[in-house]
Design a protein around this ligand. Structure first.
Ligand code: ADP
Length: 198
């Protein structure tokens, strides 16, 4: 069973493209939402996050306090690296268990969606990578439209922390252009055909 990664800068449209694959019946592993679930339920991880980032990392009700965590790590490369070193191995293990279930179900291929596929090292668990491309100005406008809680400066800061488009494109096996230069659905259908053929 082939493992395909799908990535792209914030606002590139990778979630939308992943949803198109899902609509074709492809199992999609959403790394961000799985990571949130793992941070909420994995007790060992909870202990480590509390030790590293303080008691406020979880609310009195036991829920992950994402705002606190974001404030603690944002703009601090060492803190980001620490957070990633705690969370990414768990997501990697969860992904392997999920892959085994999909393989047992006879799926021809699966998709793993992640904003930081290269940065996290997750690409090593994948056979092929799709990068969804849209120019920075378009992504910036889309994110401001989508995320009411983010300012223009927030979006710029996030974009600066991600790998550049040039590097993502250079490393990608396939590119889906979501920059209004061409239709997205035919690109997805063509890739689906390729992956099903093995
Ligand atoms: P990502 O997951 O890469 O951050 P999303 O898939 O959430 O990106 O897309 C970002 C925002 O842009 C969403 O609100 C989405 O509806 C919108 N969007 C994505 N692709 C297009 C497009 N081709 N035309 C217009 N809006 C789009």
């Amino acid at each position: 069973m082939r493992r395909i990664g799908i990535t792209g800068g914030i606002g590139s449209g990778k979630s939308i493209v992943a949803r198109l694959f899902a609509a074709l019946g492809v199992p999609v592993y959403d790394s961000d939402s799985r990571a949130k679930g793992i941070m909420a339920t994995d007790l060992g991880l909870r202990e480590q996050l509390l030790a590293a980032f303080g008691a406020e990392t979880y609310t009195p009700e036991g829920l992950l306090n994402r705002t606190h965590l974001a404030q603690r790590v944002f703009g601090d490369a060492a803190q980001v690296a620490l957070l990633n070193s705690l969370v990414h191995p768990r997501v990697g293990a969860d992904f392997e268990a999920w892959v085994a279930t999909q393989a047992a179900a006879g799926q021809p291929y699966i998709l793993k969606e992640a904003a930081l596929l290269y940065e996290s090292g997750a690409y090593r668990q994948l056979d092929r990578i799709i990068t969804v491309f849209a120019p920075p100005a378009v992504r910036h406008a889309r994110v401001l439209h989508r995320d009411a809680h983010r300012s223009a400066a927030d979006v710029e800061a996030i974009m600066r922390q991600q790998l550049s488009d040039e590097e993502k494109l250079a490393r990608a096996d396939y590119v889906v252009y979501n920059d209004d230069s061409q239709l997205v659905l035919p690109q997805v259908l063509a890739l689906d055909e390729t992956f099903r053929q093995g």
